[in-house]
Ligand binder design. Structure first.
Ligand code: ZN
Length: 461
C-alpha cells in the first residue's frame, strides 16, 4: 500500500491539473467535494462498521470503484428498495463480493473514509433513481479523490488483485549433459509483457460504461494481473516506476470518444446513449452554446454523421427508436472519418439544428448529380477534375481509402452536368440501396454552393 500512497503524494504535491474536472473547475481536495447522493461510510478506523450513508449535501473525499459486474448470477449483493433500510443500518463486510472488499481495503489504507460503488449506492431496479444517478455519473467519477479500477477482473467476485496462474505465463525448460543428465533449467516467462500491464487489455476497458469512468477520473489506479498502473492527468506509471505503456486515451475530441466507445460492449443495447449521458452533461458545461442530442454535438455534427461500420466485427443490435443518422442507432463497431482524414466539414456555416424530437434539420442547397463508379486508376483524375470546382482536393485520397477500407460497397463519384465538357466532379458516395442513377443530395462537406436552396429534415422515421 506504500506504493499507492507515494503515487498519491506525488500527484497531490506536484500536479496542478489533477485537481480540475473536465470542465476546468477545481475540486477541493482538502474539504472534499459534495458527496454523491449515497456513499459507503467506512468509518474512522478499520474496526468501524460499514454503513450506506445518504449524504444530504455533506462534503468529504471519496474513492469510486470502476469494475465489471459480471454475469447476473454473480451479482449477489446489491441495494434495492427492499434492502435500502438494511444497508443504511449496516453492511456486513464478509457478505460483499471480493472486488468490493478489496476496494474497501485499499480505500481505508489511504485514509479515505468514503467509497462509491454503483451497485450499492444506486437503488437497483428503481428506474427513477437509476435515471437520475446515471446522468450524474460523470460528475461522481471526476470529483472522486481517486478511482479504483478493477481493470483485470471480469466480475465483482474476482477481486481487484487478479493473478494469472503461473503455469499459463511461464515454463521451465530443462537442458541436459551429453550423457542425458538434467543439468539445469531455463526459466521462460511472458509475465513481463507490457501488454499484461496495459489497462486497455483487461476486461473492464471492453465495457461501455467504463469509458466515462476512465475518461473522467482525475487520478486512478488500474489493477491488472501484471501489476497496478497509476494514471492521472500528468503521470502514467507502472509499479516499477516506469512510464506505463497504457494507451488509455483521455481527453480527446468527441469523435475519438465515440470511436473508442463503439468498440466496447454493453449488456443492454438501450444503455448505448445513457452510458454516455453523464459525459455529455459535463461537456455541455464547457460548451455553453452547443447542443447535444442523440449522441451528437451540434458543433461537430458533420464528423459525427460521417461514420463507417466495421463489417469484420460482430455487431450488437440496432435500436429502431433512434434516428438512423445517429451513430447510436447502429450496433456495429464504427470508425469516424474526421479522425482519419484531413477533410474539414463546414456544415457549421449553414443553418443546422438537431431538434428535441431527434430530427436533424439543415438548410442548404440540394445538388442533382449523376453517379459513376470510381475505379482505382481514376483516383488522380478525380483529384484533378475537382480543382477549382469547389470540392476539397486535400484529403480526398484519405477519405477514399478510409471508405474503401471499411465498406464492402462499390464507391461512386458524383458528376454534375451532362456530357464530357460540363462534367465536374462533385464528391463521392456509397449507397445503401440499389437505385442510384441520378441522385439529389445535400452537400455537407466542402464549399459546394450550387443547385436549389432547400430545407431538409432527417426525422426519426
Ligand atoms: Zn496527477
Amino acid at each position: 500500500m506504500g506504493l499507492y500512497n507515494r503515487w498519491l503524494q506525488e500527484c497531490r504535491s506536484k500536479h496542478k491539473d489533477c485537481v480540475k474536472t473536465i470542465s476546468g473547475n477545481p475540486v477541493d481536495d482538502v474539504m472534499g467535494p459534495e458527496l454523491p447522493t449515497r456513499v459507503l461510510d467506512l468509518g474512522a478506523s478499520n474496526d468501524t462498521g460499514i454503513v450506506l450513508l445518504e449524504s444530504k449535501g455533506e462534503r468529504g473525499n471519496y474513492c469510486a470503484l470502476s469494475y465489471c459486474w459480471g454475469p447476473q448470477t454473480t451479482q449477489t449483493f446489491l441495494t434495492t428498495r427492499e434492502t435500502l433500510q438494511d444497508r443504511l443500518r449496516g453492511i456486513e463486510f464478509e457478505l460483499l463480493p471480493k472486488t468490493f472488499q478489496d476496494a474497501i481495503d485499499v480505500t481505508r489504507s489511504l485514509g479515505i473514509r468514503y467509497l462509491w460503488i454503483d451497485g450499492l449506492c444506486i437503488i437497483q431496479g428503481d428506474t427513477q433513481d437509476w435515471k437520475y444517478e446515471a446522468g450524474r455519473m460523470g460528475a461522481v467519477y471526476e470529483q472522486a479523490f481517486l478511482v479504483l479500477a478493477a481493470s483485470g477482473s471480469s466480475s465483482a467476485q474476482e477481486g481487484c488483485f487478479v493473478v494469472k496462474p503461473r503455469d499459463l505465463t511461464s515454463l521451465d525448460l530443462p537442458y541436459y549433459t551429453e550423457t542425458g543428465q538434467i543439468q539445469g533449467c531455463v526459466h521462460t516467462s511472458i509475465n513481463n509483457s507490457p501488454m499484461s500491464l496495459s489497462p486497455m487489455d483487461g476486461p473492464l476497458q471492453k465495457r461501455g460504461w467504463a469509458l466515462q469512468e476512465a475518461h473522467f477520473a482525475r487520478r486512478s489506479i488500474h489493477f491488472m494481473p501484471g501489476g497496478p498502473t497509476w494514471i492521472c492527468k500528468e503521470m502514467h506509471l507502472d509499479e516499477k516506476g516506469l512510464e506505463s505503456k497504457s494507451d488509455l486515451k483521455l481527453q480527446k475530441g468527441w469523435d475519438h470518444v465515440l470511436e473508442d466507445y463503439s468498440r466496447r460492449q454493453l449488456t443492454y443495447k438501450h444503455d448505448r446513449l445513457i452510458a454516455l449521458q453523464g459525459y455529455a452533461t459535463e461537456l455541455l458545461k464547457i460548451r455553453i452554446k452547443d447542443m447535444y442530442n442523440r449522441g451528437a454535438f451540434l458543433s461537430g455534427l458533420p464528423g459525427q454523421l460521417l461514420w463507417v461500420v466495421n463489417r469484420s466485427v460482430p455487431k450488437s443490435e440496432d435500436i429502431d427508436e433512434i434516428p438512423s443518422w445517429a451513430w447510436a442507432s447502429n450496433g456495429a463497431q464504427k470508425t469516424f472519418a474526421t479522425n482519419h482524414t484531413r477533410l474539414l466539414p463546414i456544415v457549421g456555416g449553414r443553418k443546422t439544428r438537431i431538434e428535441a424530437s431527434g430530427a436533424f434539420a439543415v438548410e442548404g442547397r440540394i445538388a442533382l448529380c449523376h453517379t459513376e463508379v470510381i475505379r482505382d486508376d481514376e483516383d488522380s483524375a478525380c483529384d484533378e477534375n475537382s480543382s477549382g470546382s469547389g470540392t476539397p482536393s486535400t484529403g480526398f485520397q484519405g477519405m477514399r481509402d478510409f471508405i474503401s477500407d471499411w465498406t464492402c460497397q462499390p464507391m461512386f463519384r458524383l458528376i454534375d452536368g451532362f456530357g464530357p465538357e460540363t462534367k465536374r466532379f462533385r464528391g463521392m458516395a456509397v449507397f445503401d440501396r440499389e437505385e442510384y442513377g441520378t441522385v439529389s443530395f445535400l452537400p455537407l462537406m466542402g464549399t459546394m454552393l450550387w443547385g436549389h436552396l432547400m430545407k431538409i429534415t432527417l426525422a426519426s422515421f
